[in-house]
Design a binder for this molecule. Structure first.
Ligand SMILES: [Zn+2]
Length: 125
């Protein structure tokens, strides 16, 4: 990740983390009476942060892998044509559902669509 983008994302994360902290320490304090309730809230705000981190990391991975190279068709090895807009993809992770954008490529010879960023994040679903 380039310096500016890195710092921007980090600032975003710190803001998210700050919100998580507030949710835990400020809002509805009177509603968190039992240990279970506190733990539920901590899991909720923590899970949101986890999903945020995974989403951003996935997006960065996809960006790096497609940057400068269109990728090639896995069948005929011809360069892929990139779709004008990235496709929204969803993964069901351990921390909940994660959505991210993926650039899709198309091979005119084989008439097939591929994800040039590779299969590193595939879950087999
Ligand atoms: Zn092809």
């Amino acid at each position: 990740m380039a310096g500016d983008e890195y710092e921007k994302k980090k600032t975003e994360f710190l803001r998210e983390a700050g919100e998580a902290f507030d949710r835990m320490m400020k809002e509805d304090q009177e509603q968190m009476i039992t240990f279970d309730q506190m733990e539920d809230r901590a899991l909720e705000v923590g899970g949101k942060l986890e999903r945020w981190l995974v989403e951003k990391r996935l997006a960065e991975d996809a960006r790096q892998k497609t940057e400068g190279s269109q990728g090639c068709c896995s069948q005929c090895r011809k360069p892929l044509q990139l779709a004008p807009t990235p496709k929204e993809r969803r993964l069901r992770g351990r921390t909940g559902e994660i959505s991210f954008q993926r650039q899709e490529g198309y091979c005119p010879s084989c008439r097939k669509a591929f994800f040039p960023s590779g299969s590193g994040v595939e879950t087999g679903r």
